[in-house]
Design a protein around this ligand. Structure first.
Ligand SMILES: [Zn+2]
Length: 417
């Protein structure tokens, strides 16, 4: 079984909000950096995470140990067994990449920016800058992934039919002993059959109506036609969690089904997280940047060192510092980046070397949800708010998350238009 998930980051203030951190399943930038770029498709980098190597080793090990058990005296060499399983796993993950590309290319059609696709040991993940706006768009984006595997299963099945022949194929499929044998010889035909079955099971597994599976999103988009988005999310996520509980219980009572317990837990937490994110997003609808804008405190000078700057301004609760040079705004440094500069370059590190020059700018009348998306796209934690050519403050992902927390509890606190 393989999990596949794609994430609408919703601007992603959530990774920074302490109360959500414990259950945050989204990989952080730090864990993402352990990945290798394989190729780029329509501007989308396709990466493979370092931990994926474990899957390849595991496949080789299974191929090595299972070949004797499966074939008995038929005799497949250990190298043959290991190579077969490795080739199988690599091809299967190629199918997963195609599945993610299915989601991603349709998302691009609807103007959703796709940040990257990453292969993990448990499956593939596509990160998107936001959720689609209309239910039918979410429906089509979600359906595109499994549709790729339906196509692959049909194409591979047709190939198997042509290669093995209709009669022989039917007899093999209907006779367990022949099927076991067909798999055990580990040749091209076994590979073809295995890939066909696995593409079919990818379709079935992904259609389970639970977040983060595609089925959960399909269900939500279907419900969203009849009810508000937030309520549709609540219903779909409750159903997902109920299914997850069934998986966990089933996994606990049947011996050796620990994988089911793990997947159940993953589904349970993802459903919860999806609900949190959507409700947060919904609470921010119609709210303007002005409401989350925080005053900017002391400024830093481009030519001073990090040590001087910290001694001069202290490290307070301020999330970001504007950097000026001769009274002109030249860049910006978040608190986190200022501390990072000291850690990397020592107290003598120049502010100008560590500051971010492409400062994200907002107007106070911009929608906050769009501002959150832009921060996520630019991978910035904070942007400046400019009115009539004057910087009037800053807005950070943390500020947005804090405001969302307030609005979830007390919606009337917002001025909406
Ligand atoms: Zn999918």
């Amino acid at each position: 079984m393989m999990v596949d998930w794609y994430i609408g980051r919703l601007g992603g203030p959530y990774t920074q909000l302490p109360s959500y951190q414990a259950t945050n399943l989204l990989p952080t930038e730090a864990t993402m950096s352990w990945s290798l770029k394989l190729l780029t498709v329509r501007g989308i980098p396709v990466r493979v995470h370092a931990s994926f190597l474990l899957v390849v080793l595991w496949a080789a090990y299974i191929g090595f140990t299972e070949r004797g058990a499966l074939t008995g005296a038929a005799g497949v060499g250990w190298l043959h067994g290991a190579a077969f399983m490795v080739i199988f796993v690599l091809l299967l993950f190629a199918c997963v990449v195609l599945h993610e590309l299915g989601h991603s290319l349709v998302a691009q059609l609807f103007g959703v920016q796709v940040q990257d696709i990453t292969l993990w040991p448990i499956g593939g993940m596509a990160r998107m800058s936001k959720l689609p706006e209309r239910p039918y768009q979410e429906f089509l984006i979600s359906a595109a992934g499994p549709a790729v595997n339906v196509t692959l299963a049909l194409a591979l099945g047709a190939l198997a039919l042509a290669w093995i022949g209709p009669n022989a194929l039917l007899r093999t499929l209907l006779t367990p002993r022949l099927l076991t044998r067909a798999m055990a010889v580990m040749d091209g035909q076994s590979l073809l059959l295995l890939l066909t079955f696995n593409n079919a099971s990818l379709v079935l597994f992904n259609l389970i109506p639970a977040f983060p599976m595609d089925g959960g999103r399909l269900l939500r988009s279907f419900l969203a036609v009849f009810m508000p988005f937030a309520q549709a999310t609540r219903v779909a996520s409750m159903l997902g969690q109920s299914l997850a509980v069934v998986m966990i219980v089933a996994g606990l009572v049947s011996p050796g089904a620990y994988l089911l317990v793990l997947i159940g837990l993953f589904v349970f937490l993802s459903a919860w997280q999806e609900r949190q994110q959507t409700l947060t997003y919904a609470s921010l609808t119609g709210v303007r940047v002005r409401q989350a804008t925080q005053p900017i405190g002391p400024q830093l000078y481009a030519l001073e060192t990090a040590g001087e700057a910290i001694r001069r301004v202290g490290i307070g609760p301020q999330v970001a510092y504007l950097v000026t040079d001769g009274g002109r705004l030249v860049g910006m440094l978040s608190r986190h980046e200022l501390l990072g500069a000291v850690r990397k370059g020592g107290p003598g590190a120049r502010i100008s070397q560590y500051m971010r020059r492409d400062v994200v700018q907002f107007s106070p009348d911009d929608l906050l949800t769009l501002a959150a998306e832009r921060l996520a796209q630019r991978q910035a934690s904070v942007g400046v708010v400019v009115e009539n050519g004057q910087v009037i403050g800053a807005v950070s992902r943390l500020d947005i998350a804090r405001l969302a927390e307030v609005l979830e509890a007390f919606p009337a606190a917002a001025t909406r238009e």
